[in-house]
Design a protein around this ligand. Sequence first.
Ligand SMILES: *Cc1c(COP(=O)(O)O)cnc(C)c1O
Length: 434
Amino acid sequence: MSDLTNAAELVALDRAHVWHPYGPMPGTVPSHLVESAAGVRLRLAEPLGGNRELIDGMSSWWAALHGYNHPVLNQAVQDQLGRMSHVMFGGLTHEPAVRLAAKLVEITPEPLQHVFLGDSGSVAVEVAMKMCLQYWQSVGRPAKQRLLTWRGGYHGDTFHPMSVCDPVGGMHQLWGGVLPRQLFVGEPPAGFDAEVDPAYAAELADTIERNADELAAVIVEPVVQGAGGMRFHSPGYLRLLRELCDQHGVLLVFDEIATGFGRSGALFAADHAGVSPDVMCLGKALTGGYLTMAATLCTAEVADGISRGSVPVLAHGPTFMGNPLAAAVANASIELLLGQDWAAEVKRIETGLRAALDPLVGAPGVADARVLGAIGVVQLDHPVDVVAATEAAAREGVWLRPFRNLVYTMPPYVTGDEDLARIGAAVAAAALKG
Ligand SMILES: *Cc1c(COP(=O)(O)O)cnc(C)c1O
């Protein structure tokens, strides 16, 4: 595999035939071939920025909390592989899925009692929406079909989730006649520590009140808006949403696919606010970055409502529902996380990222730099040159994947202090050269 001709051939075939996220065909820039990954390091077939080994600053998009090739996670997959890699979930069940569901009920906010194990984050959001719409149908309020969200969000790439992504960032102009038309309020005012803005609170209250008859649910990413712009907001808005939804008979959905499992400094971002949603979506880090799986949790009230309706079932059931390999590695990953002082590790990363990113505030081209938990963001005042910024980070020995006007990092929690300092230097280099 390290044979150069072979690597070049693979990259050429990739470019000619393989779609990559948000890419054209053929690709305009080549993807870099990864041979292997271990700990926090990716090993490339060919050097990038002079380095074949790069420290991973992205956790493979929020997923690889414990780094790569982890002996405990590898063992969990191998043990399960020896028993069975998959069986259908209709009429059958198995220990890995049951244990996972029970664990998720235990560690998420108390009212969440029932778990749907789907196969990707977008599907988890689809299921959440289906639960909400079906709940209102079942209890005799079929007019409640719309969703409300705030701008700047991201909830996945399939159609219904796309309808609640930010209309500009989510390219709604492409999908005029296709997407359901949801309700939007402005972006939540920025700042984890900021006071709740009374004007914004009034806008939320007014919009929910006026539209309550047709609103099935409010769906938001709590505390951290991820792929929609890497923005942080006060947990106070989540408490406010909880109150308003209760007051007006609207369900509340938290999409914690990016924030779950400690990333923002609390195990779930809902914990910052001390509130529970009616429905919660988990994904990304659920399996420690090993296999694709996601979960949608709901309260007893939502489940009972659906199960007492004229179609008394939740009408969803993917082929790979509850996949045993994914569930087994998810169980091992959660055990590994909770078996250590994960909060201290996230705090340590937060401190390291602050030391590196705070000095960038006011630098030329930099509009803002912000850190929360194990998430560091530099917002530029111009669109980033992705190729130049990626190169600049790689010269510092780090893999970053900037987008739009953002250079950001969410390192694996196992990243050591020296590697963390290099990630900080790479973010700075990418921000100043991108
Ligand atoms: C990534 C993400 C999704 C979509 O998950 P996929 O597994 O990519 O389908 C949905 N919501 C949020 C908040 C995400 O970060």
